[in-house]
Structure formats: structure tokens, C-alpha cells
Design a protein around this ligand. Structure first.
Ligand SMILES: Nc1ncnc2c1ncn2[C@@H]1O[C@H](COP(=O)(O)OP(=O)(O)OP(=O)(O)O)[C@@H](O)[C@H]1O
Ligand SMILES: [Mg+2]
Length: 258
């Protein structure tokens, strides 16, 4: 039976979809049968981030409104035989209820190990639909103050859902800024929000758009996150590693002068 994990944040643009898609890829690479379910019915874009937008025929709204079965709406992704996308769907005629979304995901759960639910920004109806279908939550934040404030609100709201766990991923971390004390470290952020730290992801251009350089720092950080989820390890990517010592201080100065 699949673990249903909602990826949420409150604030928009902090990397929910990026995390859902890249985490899905890493879980699938570990042999876990994984569905990435896009529940952002307004500004859905998981299909684009997966590079599959031209192949999407059906989505969740089509299942809910009876135009196809859940299995027909699952799009196999080229990355791995274990990875599928359930796109949001292009149109819907009636308001979508949280129960309807939950029913669709529950119908898929017996045949998968993970269903990653990509939530829309905000804490209104769309957020509720995404969270009501989940058993666990990952809150994504960046180190920026506005993102932290929204993450704090989301953590408080998530307490009213019966979730087995609520954990934190700090995304877009700049190791040079952490090393210089210009932003809070991921551990300090987790301490402030009082949520266990599950993953740390560096700010990294390009790699999240599907280039998938296996050797990149970002991909290494994602593999650690996937192992923490699937194998129960607790390894965290160290964003400051590259910025310590003699060569590290040169890298720091170079990054600052960019
Ligand atoms: N670690 C990162 N390093 C660099 N860029 C990133 C990183 N994570 C996400 N991004 C970029 O930030 C932008 C927003 O990411 P994404 O769409 O995943 O956020 P989101 O939280 O899903 O947004 P929305 O709230 O609109 O759904 C994208 O252009 C994405 O490529
Ligand atoms: Mg998104």
C-alpha cells in the first residue's frame, strides 16, 4: 500500500513541484513504484517539469468526472519503469472535492509504494484537497524570511490533519551564505519551525529542469532525501562543505562576485 505524501509550502515558488518530481525520480531509481500526482488544478505544471506535457491525454479531473479510469490517466515517465505521472487534467465542470481526490489516490494506492502529492501554493481549498488525501506531509521552505513565515503557518494548519508525520525540506540553500552567516542554516530553520529536518537541497541552476546530471550536488542531495524517506536513514546534504577551508573561501568570494 502506497505511502501518500503531500508536498506543500504555503508560499508559492519555493520548489514543491521540483521536489515532487526529483524525489519521484530518485524513489523510482531505488525500485519504489511511484506516482507523482499533480493536485494544483489551477496552475498545474508537474507535466512540464516532467517533460511530459505533450503526452498527457487524461488527468485527475477526467478520472473524477468519469471520463476515464485512474489507471488510464497514469502516464509512464521515461525516466524509469517505476515512475508515473497523474497530471491534474485540463478541465473540470464542477468544483473538485477533497473526498473525490482522496478516492482517486486511494484507488491507486494498492499498486504503488509512493504517491507524491504536489500541492498548490496557499492554504485555501487546493491545499485542503491535497492534504486531505495524504497520510504524511513534507513542508518545503527556502531560507528566506517570507517563506519561513508561511511555512510556520502551514505547519500550524497541518496539525489539524491526522497525519502520521510532518517533516521539513529546506530548498534553494546557498552554502556560501550559510557559511558567511548571512542566512539561517537548515538546522536552525528546523529548530525555529519545530519540525524534523528531512532534507537539504542546494540552490542549483538548470539541474532541476530535467538535465539530471547524476553527479551534481543537487542530485546527490535528492538521493539522500529519497533514502531518508525510503530507508529511514537520516543523512543530510551539507551545503557548506564546498565553502569551508582555503579553496572554500575562494569559491565563496567568486560566488559573491557573480
Ligand atoms: N534548488 C533549486 N535551485 C534552483 N532553482 C530551483 C530550485 N528549486 C526550485 N527551483 C526553481 O524555482 C522555480 C519554482 O519552483 P517550483 O515550480 O518547483 O515551485 P512551486 O513551489 O511548485 O511553485 P508553485 O507554488 O507556483 O506551484 C522553478 O523555476 C524551479 O526551477
Ligand atoms: Mg508547483
Amino acid at each position: 500500500m502506497a505511502r501518500k505524501i503531500v508536498i506543500t509550502s504555503g508560499k508559492g515558488g519555493v520548489g514543491k513541484t521540483t521536489v515532487a518530481v526529483n524525489l519521484g525520480r530518485c524513489l523510482a531509481a531505488l525500485g519504489e513504484r511511484t506516482v507523482i500526482a499533480d493536485t494544483d488544478f489551477g496552475l498545474n505544471n508537474a507535466d512540464v517539469v516532467c517533460g511530459a506535457e505533450e503526452r498527457v491525454l487524461f488527468g485527475m479531473t477526467d478520472v473524477i468526472e468519469g471520463r476515464c479510469r485512474a489507471r488510464q490517466a497514469l502516464l509512464p515517465l521515461e525516466d524509469s519503469a517505476n515512475l508515473f505521472l497523474l497530471a491534474a487534467g485540463k478541465t473540470y465542470e464542477r468544483p473538485l472535492s477533497p473526498q473525490a481526490v482522496r478516492l482517486v489516490l486511494d484507488s491507486l494506492a494498492p499498486r504503488f509504494d509512493y504517491i507524491l502529492i504536489d500541492s498548490p501554493a496557499g492554504i485555501e481549498g487546493g491545499f485542503h484537497r491535497a492534504c486531505a488525501a495524504a497520510d504524511e506531509a513534507i513542508v518545503v521552505t527556502t531560507p528566506h524570511i517570507s517563506s519561513l513565515r508561511d511555512a510556520d503557518k502551514v505547519v500550524a494548519v497541518l496539525k489539524s490533519y491526522r497525519l502520521k508525520s510532518v517533516e521539513l525540506v529546506v530548498n534553494m540553500v546557498r552554502g556560501d551564505m550559510v557559511a558567511d552567516g548571512e542566512v539561517l542554516s537548515p538546522n536552525e530553520i528546523a529548530g525555529l519551525l519545530k519540525v524534523p529536518l528531512l532534507g537539504v537541497l542546494p540552490q542549483e541552476d538548470g539541474v532541476f529542469l530535467g538535465e539530471r546530471r547524476r553527479s551534481s550536488e543537487g542530485q546527490r542531495a535528492f538521493r539522500m532525501l529519497a533514502a531518508n524517506i525510503a530507508k529511514g536513514t537520516r543523512r543530510l546534504y551539507n551545503p557548506t562543505g564546498r565553502y569551508r577551508g582555503f579553496f572554500g573561501s575562494i569559491r565563496r568570494s567568486l560566488k559573491k562576485s557573480l
